[in-house]
Write a protein that binds this ligand. Structure first.
Ligand SMILES: *Cc1c(COP(=O)(O)O)cnc(C)c1O
Length: 400
């Protein structure tokens, strides 16, 4: 994942604008800032790029999830459905607002299985969060059809899939809102940072106020100190330096995706020669952000054999079955209800009664699939030498 690969003159120029004014903050300082509002400009450009009405910048992708859930009114007593293959941040945010995460299986898209979503809907479901994992789309239209029928909002966790589209329409614009991350390993980076996009002006207003201690941002004679508020907020404000970097990175996003698509296509050709291999299902291969290449082997034994051969030949692939940050059965802290809170919250209520218990064997379909799947991260700059090395390792794996 490549944002960090392309940090250069454009980012420095943007940052210099901020340093020249000395105004590091997105609000106030009207006289000093010489009309430079980098975070605001980044939001406007991100919304326009995505084809969305509004964008709200925040401090991280995790904060984006939390702010969106808050604006949607999700809290204690609610369930939020997401998938058992995602980064821990998705369900951390659900627990953080006091709701209970409910996990679905993933299918060969490696994302939410709509059939399992249907089964897991309950009277308590307040939100559905499909995750576009590893840069590629979930069956978002089917998921939204199910959600619409049940009258439940969809929040797309698009943290890993900036720049990914289905028939030209950007991920994150299908649901009520979509969240993005700009952390160190994401497609575009601001160091740390996040964004929420939505077409719903009221939802955006709620997010904008919540992320800034509830400030209503209405012009008034008392300035910022005189602003009103309608509810309790928190602070997830992005700073100007991050906004500046975001503007420069966003301008490169499509070029990054193009370069990744080229590198990915090349490796896919080699992988196709492995007997019995298949590729992860994609909603629209042409709209792929191509940050990862996932391929599925016949069974677990076959997968481990191929994995071993690739490793031996200097081209090791990621095996998410053994990864403790992205896969449900490996989240031992979730399964064991580990928390710093004395009462046991959020896994137990204030009276010590358990609110939820997670069974490690809850997602057999996902487990079977993830155990057969290998993944290569794709970057913008892949030297000819490196591509050749992976290709020759794959050729050996095809014979293994
Ligand atoms: C990275 C990531 C997040 C969180 O983003 P941060 O900016 O690191 O807080 C959320 N969801 C998914 C799927 C991610 O990969």
């Amino acid at each position: 994942m490549p944002g960090f690969e392309l940090f250069g003159a454009e980012e420095k120029r943007q940052i210099q604008d901020v340093l020249d004014t000395g105004v590091l903050f997105r609000y106030e300082f009207k006289e000093q800032r010489k009309n430079i509002y980098k975070v605001k400009e980044f939001e406007e450009k991100f919304a326009k790029y995505s084809g969305s009405g509004y964008a709200q910048a925040v401090t991280s992708g995790t904060a984006a999830l939390k702010v969106a859930l808050k604006a949607l009114g999700v809290g204690p007593g609610d369930e939020v459905i997401t998938q058992g293959f995602t980064f821990v941040a998705t369900w951390e945010a659900i627990l953080e607002v006091g709701a209970i995460p409910v996990f679905t299986e993933v299918d060969e898209t490696l994302n939410m299985d709509p059939e399992d979503l249907q089964r897991k809907l309950s009277a308590k479901t307040a939100c559905i969060i499909p995750v576009h994992m590893l840069g590629s789309a979930a069956r978002i239209k089917e998921i939204i059809a199910i959600a619409d029928k049940a009258g439940i909002p969809v929040l797309e966790d698009t943290a890993q899939a900036a720049g990914c589209r289905i028939k030209g329409k950007h991920l994150g614009t299908f649901g009520r809102c979509g969240t993005f991350s700009f952390d160190s390993v994401k497609t575009m980076t601001t160091g740390e940072g996040g964004m929420i996009i939505t077409d719903d002006q009221n939802l955006w207003t709620e997010m904008s106020e919540y992320h800034d201690h509830g400030h209503d941002h209405a012009p008034n004679p008392g300035g910022r100190g005189g602003e009103g508020r309608s509810f309790i907020g928190f602070n997830y404000r992005m700073m100007e330096l991050q906004g500046a970097i975001g503007i420069a990175q966003l301008a490169k996003l499509d070029t990054m995706v193009e370069a990744q698509q080229k590198n990915k296509a090349r490796l896919m050709d080699s992988i196709a020669s492995i007997p019995g291999v298949s590729f992860r299902k994609q909603m629209d291969p042409l709209g792929d952000s191509a940050t990862f290449l996932a391929f599925i082997l016949q069974d677990e034994a076959h997968c481990k054999k191929i994995k071993h051969t690739l490793q031996e030949n200097g081209a090791g692939a990621i095996y998410f079955a053994e990864n403790t940050w992205h896969f449900y059965p490996r989240w031992e802290h979730l399964l064991s209800a580990a928390t710093q809170t004395r009462s046991g919250w959020p896994f137990a209520d204030a009276g010590g009664r358990k609110r939820v218990v997670y069974d490690p064997d809850h997602l057999p379909q996902s487990a079977a699939l993830i155990k057969r799947t290998l993944v290569y991260p794709i970057s913008v700059k892949m030297a000819e030498e490196r591509l050749n090395q992976i290709e020759s390792a794959l050729a050996k794996a095809a014979l293994a």
